[in-house]
Design a protein around this ligand. Structure first.
Ligand SMILES: *Cc1c(COP(=O)(O)O)cnc(C)c1O
Length: 383
């Protein structure tokens, strides 16, 4: 079956008690046991919940995994992966990275003697040089955040496995519609379900998918012991989101590529970062590992003062000033002051996140309405 058919049907059997076409939301916290010491399929909702299971089953299928785990947020999912590590272990991470992941590694896990270094994963030679004898996990994001850098997943999987490390991929920006990291050799794929999977800016969630049942069991044990599980209503909303995921993502990609083209041709927008532009350094790899689209995130630098860039993102009318991404409504933000404010300023500068860098999450509005909004905001910003 094709992706979009599986997104609607796998794991989504009609309710056996009532015949309801949509599986119900199971709110029960606990389940009757057959006898003392005997366990039914569910016993306590932290350890397993039927509504969560539906979402996990569909997502595991879409990512070609053996199973999935749904978490209360993307950060809870990433934290569970980091809990696989022991004091003294080293994580090598992309440096074009979600701000929250940087903060988790840099400020929280460092206290537990888990070392992290950040290196450019879109430059494999430099990335490989940052591997250490105690590297146990390589963590990449592709397309990266906020510079939309492209990392070769298959090459990183090889690199990780040569050194006895796991490869984890934060695939939030790509979604399983465009890229399936487990098929390319990754061990763990992670999503902030808050973004495209949910798709409507009304749910906070995260997920992990793996292809090795033993790794799934280890992660389940961590999740069950630490408790950051996805709640039933959120699981229901994420399941509903998956059903339209492919349609949304394909349409959003198309709009993004129109806008990226127009931005690249406009003299006041310089340095347009979009992997679907042939001038993007990761274009060839993106063509190989992203199927039928290059994502719906665009970053660009305004040829302006930082003050004008601020005015620009505050002057759009349809496009709303907010962090987050991947929803039906378009969102705009300034990474230096918003999504990546947790980076040290020097670190930000070293990575090329300038104060005039704008990040745009392209939604499902008409491309012309979005373009008109961007150009009127530019006019206001430069007045
Ligand atoms: C939002 C996001 C996260 C964190 O997810 P939450 O659901 O906000 O906890 C991680 N990685 C990427 C790429 C994200 O965009």
């Amino acid at each position: 079956m094709h992706f979009r058919t599986r997104a609607i049907h796998v794991g989504q059997e009609p309710d056996s008690a009532t015949g309801a076409v949509v599986p119900p939301i199971h709110l029960a916290a606990t389940y009757v046991q057959p006898a003392v010491g005997q366990w039914g399929p569910y016993d306590y909702s932290r350890s397993g919940n039927p509504t969560r299971k539906v979402f996990e089953t569909t997502l595991a299928d879409l990512e070609s995994g053996c199973g999935a785990l749904a978490f209360s947020s993307g950060m809870a999912a990433i934290h569970a992966v980091m809990m696989l590590l022991e004091p003294g272990d080293h994580v090598l991470a992309s440096w074009d990275l979600y701000g929250g992941t940087y903060r988790l590694l840099h400020r929280i896990l460092s206290r537990n003697k888990i070392e992290a270094t950040f290196a450019p994963s879109d430059n494999l030679e430099r990335f490989a040089q940052a591997i250490r004898p105690n590297t146990r996990l390589i963590w990449i994001e592709t397309p990266g955040n906020p510079l939309l850098s492209i990392t070769d997943i298959a090459a990183c999987a090889q690199l990780a496995h040569q050194h006895g490390a796991l490869l984890g991929v934060d695939s939030t920006f790509a979604t399983p519609v465009l890229t399936r990291p487990l098929e390319l050799g990754a061990d763990i794929v992670m999503h902030s379900a808050t973004k495209y999977l949910g798709g409507h800016s009304d749910v906070l969630g995260g997920a992990l998918v793996v292809r090795d049942p033993e790794l799934l069991q280890r992660l389940w044990t961590i999740q069950n012991a630490t408790g950051g599980v996805m709640a039933p209503l959120e699981a229901f909303l994420c399941s509903r989101g998956l059903k339209t995921l492919e349609l949304r993502v394909r349409e959003q990609c198309q709009t993004a590529s129109i806008l990226a083209q127009r931005l690249a041709e406009h003299p006041r927008f310089r340095r347009v970062y979009y992997p679907g532009l042939p001038t993007h350094p990761g274009y060839a790899i993106a063509c190989r590992q992203m199927h039928g689209g290059f994502g719906a995130m665009i970053s660009f630098e305004l040829d302006s003062t930082p003050e004008q860039a601020k005015r620009f993102v505050q002057s759009t009318q349809i496009i709303q000033l907010a962090v987050s991404l991947g929803a039906v409504e378009s969102l705009i933000e300034l990474p230096a002051l918003m999504s990546h404010a947790s980076y040290e300023p020097a670190e930000r500068a070293a990575r090329g996140i300038s104060d005039c860098l704008v990040r745009l999450s392209v939604g499902l509005e008409h491309p012309d309405d979005l373009w008109n909004d961007l150009t009127q905001a530019l006019q206001k910003a430069l007045e």
